[in-house]
Design a protein around this ligand. Structure first.
Ligand SMILES: *Cc1c(COP(=O)(O)O)cnc(C)c1O
Length: 388
């Protein structure tokens, strides 16, 4: 077995077999575990011994998923949560206390923005936003009480990119934790921990499941940092269910082939849109016209499955385009086998003011396309007829 090939690891790293020698890992639907004797119970509770105690802490299915994700991303350890937001909440709760400050990318997932502005703000945590395309803002935003730098790259839906190695050096210089939401890239396209980040977070709901079936979240980092995550998560209970872990671990087996096709299709769509007269702007990391193309090439294996475009004619034209699409689904989700179109200004980002939207690169005519695994000719044909 080639230890260092992503595809092989994603398929062959599996939990140990039971006495039945299953070829495919079974589902462990059990809330708790038996101890051999009183001493076994004591040692397991005292963390002197590895083993399963209770499924709020660990289960063979969640352990398999975490171990696999950690190897694929080059992390020492990890933790699985019920959703991507549970992973982000858990990370904030484990590391931030009243009086701490966070520097975050302005363009973050809507619920992450809600956590910072409405939840952790109640508990005395303050934050400052900085823009991915203006690196100088990040050092300026740092305060003596800054504990964490949080970043999403590529951003949603603006597809802005920041140099993670550069940001990791900045956070190290100031002794802060660098936390990366790596949802858009997956471990196959970008490995933040290898670039110097402390924590990498995934919404496994998106490309990792990739088939629109389940929610899930993963937190990856060093053993010591994950122990702090565990300290919060064991007692607060954001656990991933064994069934979802089983499903997601199976999904990882096909992540590489799926991502290759998502990226191949998305690049073709981006190139097609760039030459189209009804399109004002196209954002895709691996288009040479992307302002951070060189950084994208340096830190990403491929450009990902999301293409963001701005159509001429504002909301009216965007709505017309969406309504004319025959195959694309209109949905707020992304990272599915099915191609999806979203109009951020009237859906995912409708709670922002128009000025706030412009700050994160969302115009009235902005449309986010999550490019699926249908034949690329059918994807292009649907876009072509909708634009006509
Ligand atoms: C979807 C998403 C999340 C939240 O994940 P859920 O699994 O829906 O809770 C966080 N960050 C990004 C970038 C996302 O796209």
């Amino acid at each position: 077995m080639q230890e260092d090939h992503f595809e092989t690891l994603a398929i062959r790293l599996q939990a140990e077999r039971t006495q039945f020698k299953e070829h495919s890992v079974p589902l462990y639907l059990t809330s708790s575990y038996k101890f051999d004797d009183a001493e076994d119970m004591r040692a397991l509770f005292a963390n002197e011994k590895e083993g399963n105690v209770y499924s709020r802490y660990a289960n063979p299915n969640t352990t398999e998923l975490i171990d696999k994700m950690a190897v694929l991303e080059g992390a020492e350890s990890g933790w699985a949560t019920a959703s991507g937001m549970a992973a982000i909440f858990t990370t904030f709760a484990a590391f931030l206390k009243s009086g701490d400050h966070v520097v975050s990318s302005r363009s973050v997932f809507g619920s992450t923005h809600q956590l910072l502005s409405n939840v952790f703000s109640k508990w005395g945590v303050t934050y400052t936003y900085a823009d991915l395309d203006k690196p100088e803002q990040w050092e300026q935003a740092i305060q003596p009480n800054t504990k964490m730098i949080f970043v999403e790259t590529p951003s949603n839906p603006g597809i802005d990119i920041i140099d993670l190695e550069w940001l990791a050096n900045l956070s190290k210089k100031h002794n802060q934790l660098l936390v990366v939401d790596n949802c858009f890239a997956t471990p196959y396209l970008q490995q933040p921990i290898k670039l110097g980040a402390d924590i990498s977070i995934h919404s496994a709901t998106k490309f990792i499941d990739g088939q629109g079936r389940t929610l899930g979240g993963i937190i990856l980092g060093s053993k010591n940092l994950i122990l702090e995550i565990e300290g919060f998560a064991r007692h607060s209970g954001p656990a991933m269910s064994p069934f979802n872990a089983w499903l997601l671990s199976k999904s990882l087996e096909t992540l590489a082939v799926r991502m290759d096709r998502h990226c191949e299709n998305a690049l073709k769509v981006a190139e097609f849109l760039e030459g189209h007269s009804s399109i004002k702007k196209v954002m895709y990391p691996f288009l040479p016209s992307h302002p951070q193309y060189a950084i994208a090439k340096k830190q990403m294996k491929q450009g990902g499955g999301i293409v963001t475009l701005v159509i001429e004619g504002g909301v009216a034209a965007a709505s017309r385009f969406m309504d004319k699409l025959k195959m694309f689904s209109i949905s707020a989700n992304l990272g599915d086998t099915r191609s999806i179109a979203t109009h951020p200004a009237t859906s995912t980002h409708s709670k922002l003011t128009e000025e706030q939207r412009l700050e994160v690169g969302i115009e009235q005519g902005t449309i986010r396309l999550s490019i699926g695994l249908e034949h690329v000719d059918d994807i292009l044909a649907d876009i072509t007829q909708a634009l006509a």
